[in-house]
Design a protein around this ligand. Structure first.
Ligand code: GLA
Length: 674
């Protein structure tokens, strides 16, 4: 979709959160001058300004914001205007203390931080609606405003509320999901432990109880809680679309944030935006960041997204906050663009002097503009002006990683065969292997259109709905290659084990039956031997499997399941479905995936790429752009394939005959027209 933000900017977006309410007006003038110097063209304004905009139910103070927006406009700086609803003002929570959220332990949280609201609170919803209406009417046609930044990091501090109002709302939500109480009793297996409900009013959020709370109830509450916050977002969006239909809306995501089903959320936005805070002290940070960037791109099916926040250097909220090394700010900014972002923004423009975030870096540090940070900021701002050609280009992928929020939630509930299974660990293990090979990956839901992918990897899909099972079957039948990890397809959408156990509706596709889950004793490592000389070890998890049509591609060669299948492969329709019944050592998983990718003709982007060099291609209607990113502190040497010879260099990189030299944490971008 043509996005009015990029159409207006005509450049990659560059800027950050701008909080002028924290500064005297003289500083605003210095701000806009420095923004120009730094190449800033977009700022998010007023995210936490509710208390400065509204002093009481009918007391509004817009004059300062009028002046800020006019000033930004005079300097050609565009604005994503915040709806300012993320932190209710003290007068509001004094007037309606019911707004304050309650924990599962029945503790009502106090104001004093931020995000202290119950998503189901009618008072919060009404007050935020009024505020958004005022802002939309007053600023919807302001020439600086190119879009709306709705709320802020929904659920970051309070993903769920357990108060009585939330209990009511949960019941309303359940009544829409289940036609009758009888159906709910069935779905939740309430015959177990004497939990049968006779009246909707008996149903409560899963508050702290003597032991494990009903898992189906927990799962539905997780779904409800994501929806309750989404409802807050949608109510604001409804106002904005009514009053300013031509201004796109977004809200900032936080990577693979477990409490919110971002696939559902992304569908309600005009474009996705994301806040990324990898730890500079962790050498593995770029891999996890890349995974989240690929998710942001995939969440709206390849559409360009916006890196809404990152830190110019250190954050303040880890126990120990290491600054970004020279080059890392630039490198990580390019990494987002390389993976489909059409802009790079920061938290925040000017480092605060007071408040809880005064030690968080800003684009303008306390020490002012003659600083390493501001020089880095301004250098990137200048460079990005050369990249406007990438605006209408996108990435494409032949491989997809499958994930599903309901399955994630259910997988990590309590009272399971093992508490050692984490979805993000499983995703990252597979992703890391693909990242090192520079194989582009989309992150998709099991029920989405899978037809364009040569390989689908579902590292874990514990919960499988009927539509998802049918979709996966269609995919394999039509010639797809599905690789499914252990403890998958165990339960239905209510977290109830399938009749005859795993893999339930995928039994025919996978050609196996799981007889028994077999978590491995701590410290036990078993051998796995397979076809083509495959050798690996495995730990943590195994399963006793019966073959029902699949072939045994590898078997356990030691341990309690010695001789039983460990990896199976089944022909189904025109495709093949693999099942990996154990937690392979990463090298074994790499060998297996390499074999599968090779068989279906998915190839790495670079020949012999050094380990920490990341490469992607963005393709536009008339041109292609190659991004090379060196995540190591040493110089790297990258061999270019013949198709890139003769392309023009946009950014950096020393070119030899057929190779590129990247400086430590260096970046190179090449473009060629088709
Ligand atoms: C989040 C929030 C910002 C700020 C930063 C600090 O991204 O959206 O308001 O608190 O964290 O890193």
């Amino acid at each position: 979709m043509a996005n009015p933000v990029w159409n207006t900017l005509k450049d990659l977006a560059y800027g950050g959160d701008y909080n002028p309410e924290q500064w005297p007006e003289e500083t605003w003038h210095e701000d806009v001058a420095l923004m120009r110097e730094a190449g800033v063209n977009l700022v998010s304004v007023g995210i936490f300004s509710w208390a400065n905009l509204q002093y009481g139910p009918n007391e509004w103070h817009f004059d300062w914001l009028d002046r800020v927006l006019d000033l930004l406009h005079q300097h050609d700086i565009f604005v994503l205007l915040a709806t300012a609803t993320a932190s209710p003002p003290p007068w509001l929570t004094k007037l309606h203390p019911e707004i304050l959220p309650v924990t599962a332990e029945n503790i009502r949280l106090s104001p004093g931080g931020r995000q202290h609201y119950c998503p189901s609170s009618p008072y919060y919803r009404a007050a935020s609606k009024t505020l958004v209406e005022q802002l939309a009417k007053r600023y919807g046609n302001h020439p600086a405003v190119v879009g709306w930044h709705v709320g802020n990091e929904y659920g970051c501090h309070v993903p769920r509320c357990y108060c009585d109002e939330s209990a009511q709302d949960f019941r309303r939500w359940l009544k829409l999901r289940y036609r009758s109480l009888e159906e709910l009793n069935q779905a939740w297996s309430t015959a177990f432990w004497s939990q049968r409900y006779q009246d909707w009013d008996e149903i409560l959020p899963p508050r702290v109880a003597p032991t494990f709370v009903n898992p189906s109830q927990q799962l539905d509450f997780l779904r409800f809680s994501s929806d309750a916050l989404l409802e807050c977002f949608k109510r604001e969006v409804e106002v904005l679309r009514r009053i300013t239909p031509d201004k796109p809306v977004t809200t900032n995501f936080m990577g693979l944030f477990k409490p919110l089903d971002y696939f559902r959320w992304a569908a309600e936005e005009d474009f996705v935006s994301h806040d990324s805070y990898p730890d500079p002290a962790d050498a593995d940070s770029p891999v996890a960041a890349a995974l989240t960037f690929d998710f942001m791109r995939s969440a709206r099916h390849g559409q360009p997204w916006l890196l809404m926040e990152q830190a110019p250097s250190a954050v303040n909220w880890r126990p120990h906050n290491v600054p970004k090394a020279d080059g890392q700010y630039r490198l990580w900014s390019y990494q987002a663009i390389a993976r489909g972002a059409n802009g790079v923004m920061n938290f925040q423009w000017r480092a605060s002097r007071g408040g809880a975030e005064k030690f968080h870096s800003g684009m303008v540090p306390h020490a002012g503009k003659d600083t390493r940070i501001f020089r880095n900021v301004a250098q990137l701002g200048r460079e990005l002006k050369h990249l406007s050609d990438v605006l209408d280009s996108q990435l494409s992928a032949e491989v997809a990683l499958v994930m599903d929020w309901s399955s994630w939630w259910a997988l990590e509930l309590d009272s399971h065969p093992s508490s050692r299974l984490s979805l993000t660990d499983q995703l990252l293990r597979v992703y890391r292997i693909l990242w090192r090979k520079n194989i582009s990956v989309d992150i998709v839901e099991p029920s989405s259109d899978l037809s364009r992918y040569k390989v689908m990897v579902a590292p874990n899909l514990y919960l499988v709905s009927q539509p998802a099972a049918e979709n996966l079957a269609r995919y394999v039948e039509g010639g797809g290659e599905l690789v499914m990890g252990y403890f998958s397809s165990v339960v239905d959408e209510h977290d109830v084990v399938f009749p005859n156990g795993a893999p339930g509706p995928l039994a025919d596709i996978l050609g196996i039956r799981v007889e028994e889950f077999w978590p491995l004793a701590d410290g036990l490592t078993v051998d796995v031997h397979g076809m083509n000389g495959f050798r690996s070890t495995a730990d943590i998890w195994s399963e006793l499997i019966n073959l029902k049509g699949a072939e045994r591609w590898a078997a356990f060669a030691s341990g309690p399941l010695n001789g039983h299948p460990a990896i199976t492969r089944n022909l189904y329709g025109h495709g093949r479905a693999w099942y990996v019944a154990t937690h392979l050592h990463i090298d074994g998983l790499d060998t297996l995936l390499t074999h599968i990718l090779h068989t279906v003709g998915v190839n790495p982007l670079l020949i012999n790429a050094p380990e920490m060099v990341e490469a992607t291609v963005r393709r536009g209607p008339h041109s292609q752009h190659l991004f090379l990113l060196n995540h190591s502190a040493n110089e790297a040497h990258v061999q270019l394939d013949s198709t890139w010879r003769g392309s023009s260099k946009i950014v950096d990189g020393r070119i030899g005959d057929d190779s590129v030299y990247l400086s430590p944490f260096g970046v190179a971008v090449f473009s060629k027209t088709d």
